[in-house]
Design a protein around this ligand. Structure first.
Ligand code: ADP
Ligand code: MG
Length: 322
């Protein structure tokens, strides 16, 4: 089991930012409204994610670290209508296999459990007292997989990947207060008051936030809502386009391209917009089980969505010109 967990870890956990993504998604699945991420040395020496979510019951703590153990899927049919961010039951087992992990968790204020997992082994589980929610602390990532450790880039690069993932997840969840603290410095902080524009301002700054135009529309299958920046505010890379599908931050070239297409000739060559767009659809229409990191998705009716995105952006920019 230890070897297969290390192999799975190689797919799910590429770098410190993957740990942050998996832990934060678990916090969201647990209905947290406050999520605090703390890192040291680009996440290589320490990543700690604290939430005020549902917590894990004492008897479920060992299960949480077992591979393919998930509390989120009960039947095979559930796999086709995934409503949570996690479902593969791989993340904690993978992280536990390649790092030194401590978890404190509580389903009600004052009760709780502390568990320690090192290199895939549950070393300790004992009662402890803490507020409702879960804190998972990951130390010495890849300490027992030196080949992977060798591939890590500089602390600055790993930190940039972590900040990027926290930014994008926070952008998609304006109802949740996120913070990212590197050593003692706060890099990201959102209020979590469900004000989307304020959340975008907290992450991209006021000048971007002031230039935002709302887009909203739907087809039979897709509901789209979000903000696109005016063409005066552009960036030199596509990295400032964030797409969420049913609350999950995803990467999808065709959808990015569709948003960009809505700008038509208003964008100069080599310039890209800032955009945050959230799409909701019947989970039956989206396959998120394409890759272990769940960042790639397959859409059953992709053209319907790309057309909608291009139209909504074009319409908003056109109206703006009048
Ligand atoms: P998955 O998210 O695919 O179910 P994970 O390995 O990420 O698998 O997590 C395993 C299980 O541990 C989850 O199904 C959930 O029950 C529990 N869990 C993990 N993190 C948290 C958390 N922050 N709060 C509550 N439960 C959690
Ligand atoms: Mg998960």
């Amino acid at each position: 089991a230890q070897v297969s967990n290390q192999i799975a870890a190689g797919e799910v956990i590429e770098r410190p930012a993957s740990v942050v993504k998996e832990l934060v998604e678990n916090s969201l699945d647990a209905q947290a409204t406050q999520i605090r991420v703390q890192v040291r040395d680009g996440g290589l020496s320490l990543i700690s994610v604290s939430d005020n979510g549902d917590g894990i019951a004492s008897e479920d703590v060992p299960l949480a670290f077992a591979r393919h153990a998930t509390s989120k899927i009960a039947t095979g049919a559930d796999l086709f209508k995934i409503g949570t961010l996690g479902f593969r039951g791989e993340a904690l087992a993978s992280i536990g296999a390649v790092a030194k992990v401590t978890m404190t968790t509580s389903t009600a204020n004052g009760l709780g459990e502390t568990a320690v997992v090192n290199g895939g082994e549950l070393l300790k589980q004992e009662k402890s007292s803490q507020p409702k929610g879960t804190t998972i602390t990951v130390k010495d990532l890849f300490y027992n997989t030196p080949a992977r450790l060798k591939y890590m880039k500089s602390v600055q690069t790993e930190l940039a990947h972590i900040a990027d993932i926290v930014d994008r997840i926070a952008l998609g969840h304006p109802d949740v207060a996120f913070s990212l603290v590197n050593d003692t410095k706060t890099m990201v902080a959102t209020v979590g008051n469900d004000d989307w524009q304020q959340t975008i301002a907290a992450i991209y700054g006021n000048s971007v936030a002031r230039s935002l135009l709302p887009i909203k529309g739907h087809t039979l299958d897709y509901q789209v809502q979000g903000f696109v920046a005016k063409p005066e505010v552009t960036r030199a890379s596509r990295n400032f386009i964030s797409l969420l599908i049913n609350g999950r931050y995803i990467k999808n070239y065709a959808l990015n391209k569709a948003l960009i297409a809505g700008y038509g000739t208003k964008l100069m060559v080599g310039r890209y917009p800032v955009a945050v767009v959230s799409v909701h659809m019947d989970p039956l229409l989206v396959d998120v089980n394409v890759h272990p990191t769940k960042q790639e998705v397959r859409l059953s009716k992709e053209n319907e969505l790309t057309t909608l995105l291009t139209d909504l952006v074009a319409k908003q920019l056109g109206e703006q010109r009048l």
